[in-house]
Design a protein around this ligand. Structure first.
Ligand SMILES: Cc1cc2nc3c(=O)[nH]c(=O)nc-3n(C[C@H](O)[C@H](O)[C@H](O)COP(=O)(O)OP(=O)(O)OC[C@H]3O[C@@H](n4cnc5c(N)ncnc54)[C@H](O)[C@@H]3O)c2cc1C
Length: 173
């Protein structure tokens, strides 16, 4: 995939890695600052659905966070467990949650693919198959170097304010 300079300059927020952290960050930005949605770009080196080494245990907090984003995690195939047991150095702890399952188990390839599709359906751009090689900060922002070109990400200054972001944040003069 060729990426034009025009495309590269369109984004103010580059998120490197489209795992749950990157996707959730983008979804939260889109929820709380919708005007930024079109200025977010997630760069993911793999293609969904991609393998991820993980036991796939989703704690109740994670489910709540997804619910608050308006996402229904029941759409992802799962198995529920009534009890979580943690064992470490010969000691253990069991956790049960009243009136509901303690842990939901999903497959990460399915879960991450589902979350990526939700992000795209909310207008967030994800480019797959791009590997970030280097991030170089400079006075005006950062330049992200990838195996498919450079993505400059610049502060937009106007009289000391971040331009177009409707934010009270001030940059140092
Ligand atoms: C054996 C094992 C079992 C686990 N079991 C559980 C569990 O049961 N429950 C639980 O909550 N957590 C579990 N974890 C932890 C869980 O997997 C991580 O906390 C979680 O994946 C972190 O999400 P993330 O989005 O930060 O990173 P990741 O899921 O690793 O996502 C990072 C993404 O960035 C991409 N990427 C990486 N480098 C680049 C690059 N240079 N350029 C572009 N893209 C890049 C990757 O392809 C990937 O898609 C387990 C971990 C392991 C190893």
């Amino acid at each position: 995939m060729e990426t034009s300079n025009r495309d590269m300059l369109r984004h103010d927020i580059l998120i490197i890695g489209g795992g749950p952290s990157g996707l959730s960050t983008a979804l939260h930005l889109a929820k709380f600052a919708p005007h930024l949605t079109k200025r977010i770009l997630i760069l993911e080196r793999e293609h969904y659905p991609r393998l991820k080494l993980c036991a796939g245990g989703l704690v109740v907090d994670a489910e709540r966070i997804l619910e608050r984003l308006g996402l229904n995690v029941n759409e992802v195939p799962y198995v529920d467990s009534d009890e979580i047991r943690f064992d470490f150095a010969g000691k253990g702890l069991s956790v049960r949650v009243p009136k509901r399952h303690a842990l939901r188990v999903i497959r990460r390839d399915e879960f991450d693919h589902w979350l990526a599709q939700k992000a795209v359906s909310r207008g967030i751009e994800i480019r797959e198959g791009i590997t970030v090689k280097k991030i170089s900060p400079d006075e005006d922002g950062v330049t992200v170097e990838t195996d498919q070109g450079r993505f400059p990400c610049r502060h937009r200054r106007r009289r000391g304010r971040l331009e177009g972001h409707h934010t009270p944040l001030r940059l140092p003069e």
